[in-house]
Each structure stands twice: as structure tokens, then as C-alpha cells.
Design a binder for this molecule. Structure first.
Ligand SMILES: [Zn+2]
Length: 273
């Protein structure tokens, strides 16, 4: 009985622990880090003149980061860049009062209550503390205000939601126009960088971005062929496989949903009846 009680007590303590937030600073290259807040990543660039951060995620994440930046020898956040304005990446900018905030001109003038101080167009470059931070608008597709960020001299590219190394697209891609989404990937492919740091998942290389484009094209071809052969989206969600990607993150859960999103796109754009 005592043993059972001990087990129950341990479980009672263990459950809240597993439910707790995973927050960590991961070194990427040189002065560039990823700050992980559960399943979301924020880019951190350490400079002698203050820290550049891409994506606030939420206020609690920002408070944790403020407490933990000294652990990597980094000062307070001086610049906060928004990759895009979707709430799961863009909330909680208030954690960094006084920071210069930068977003694409299509983004709201204030994001989750944080005023944007600098709106950029097609491209902008920030020289700060010996680093060059290049911001390139990726066009519409996943969102209407998506910016890719490249940090030099490290040559790290930070791309959020549009693509991630060896990872399925998120669920059914939210009903986005996937031709536009492909154009976003293509624009990112045109950027010069070596290390691919994503908003979700694992760090990779530029070659992983090419693989994501190949996956998008193979997904499109397979779904189109299936629909043209008279199968329904539901048939394809249940039966279609692309084994080359079976080891990618979330393949089992999200590949059928990627199929659903692609089928809906092909119908919506009139490529199939
Ligand atoms: Zn998004």
C-alpha cells in the first residue's frame, strides 16, 4: 500500500512536470541561437549593442527569455522583428519594451498591442553590432506579411511556417493558395544562406529547403494524378503514401492532412473538377 501511495504521489508530481513548458536556448552558429518555447522557435542574434530577436511568440516566453539571455552572454532585446503576424508566433511583444519593432507593411500597425516602429517593403537590411540582418518579403501564401530573415556573417536563414527541414506542412495548410505558397518557397530558395533555422522543428541546411520544394511538387503531382483517376480527396487521404518522406516529422499525423489541403487547392484553382 505504501508503495502504491508513493507511486501515486510520484505520478501526481510527474504529470504537472511533463505538462510544463519546454524553454531552451539552442546554439545554432556563431552568435545565432534558437529560443525554443515548446513547439515554437524564435531566432536570437547576440551583438555587443543588444540582442536582435525574431518573433516574440508570447509574453511568458519573452519573460523567460529576458531572464535567460545573460546565460549566453547576451544583453536585452534591442530589436524585435516579426516573421509574420500569426498570433502563435507574434504575440507578447510587450515583453521587450523599448525595442525597435520591425514587420512587413502588410502586417497590422500594432501586433497584439505592440506598435510596429519600422514597416518594411520588399527588402530591408539592418546593420547592428557587427551583424547584418537581411529581411526579405516572401509574398502571400502562408499569410500576407511573411518575411525571411538571413543573419550574416553566420549565413543563417530563419524561415517560419513556409518550410521547415524534414517536416510536413502544418496540417491542411489552412486553406492557403499553394501556388502562392510554392512561390514563397522559391523566393526563399533564391536567398543566400547555409544554415536553415526554422520556426518549428529541427535545424538543417539550405538543401533541406530544396527538399521541401521537391516534396510540395511530388505531393501536388500525386494528388492531381489521384483526383484525375477519379479518386476522392477522402480516398487519397486514406491510401496515398509518399514513402520518401515517411521519416519526416509528423508524417503519420499530417501527411493525410497535407493531401487534403492539396486536393482542396487543386479543386479551388480549377486544376481538377
Ligand atoms: Zn503562420
Amino acid at each position: 500500500m505504501k508503495r502504491l501511495l508513493t507511486t501515486l504521489i510520484l505520478l501526481a508530481f510527474a504529470l504537472p512536470v511533463t505538462a510544463q513548458d519546454t524553454r531552451k536556448l539552442h546554439p545554432v552558429k556563431g552568435d545565432v541561437y534558437l529560443f525554443q518555447n515548446n513547439f515554437h522557435m524564435s531566432l536570437i542574434v547576440k551583438t555587443p549593442e543588444g540582442t536582435v530577436r525574431v518573433d516574440p511568440i508570447n509574453a511568458e516566453a519573452g519573460a523567460w527569455l529576458n531572464d535567460n539571455l545573460p546565460s549566453i552572454g547576451a544583453g536585452p532585446v534591442s530589436h524585435l522583428i516579426y516573421s509574420h503576424s500569426h498570433a502563435d508566433h507574434a504575440s507578447g511583444g510587450s515583453a521587450h519594451p523599448g525595442a525597435i519593432t520591425i514587420a512587413h507593411e502588410n502586417a497590422p500597425e500594432a501586433i497584439d498591442g505592440t506598435e510596429i516602429t519600422v514597416q518594411i517593403g520588399q527588402f530591408a537590411s539592418l546593420a547592428h553590432g557587427g551583424k547584418t540582418i537581411e529581411m526579405t518579403f516572401l509574398g502571400s501564401g502562408h499569410g500576407e506579411d511573411m518575411i525571411a530573415v538571413v543573419v550574416r556573417p553566420e549565413n543563417v536563414g530563419f524561415i517560419v511556417d513556409v518550410a521547415a527541414p524534414k517536416r510536413m506542412f502544418f496540417r491542411n495548410m489552412g486553406g492557403a493558395n499553394l501556388d502562392d505558397w510554392k512561390a514563397q518557397i522559391a523566393t526563399a530558395q533564391g536567398l543566400e544562406f547555409e544554415v536553415f533555422a526554422p520556426g518549428h522543428g529541427i535545424v538543417g541546411t539550405k538543401a533541406d529547403l530544396d527538399d521541401v520544394m521537391t516534396y510540395m511538387n511530388e505531393l501536388e503531382a500525386a494528388v492531381l494524378a489521384g483526383l484525375q483517376a477519379g479518386k476522392t480527396s477522402e480516398d487519397l487521404q486514406a491510401t496515398l503514401k509518399l514513402d520518401a518522406y515517411k521519416d519526416w516529422i509528423q508524417y503519420d499525423a499530417w501527411f493525410p492532412m497535407n493531401v487534403e489541403g492539396m486536393a482542396a487547392h487543386l479543386k479551388a484553382t480549377g486544376k481538377v473538377n
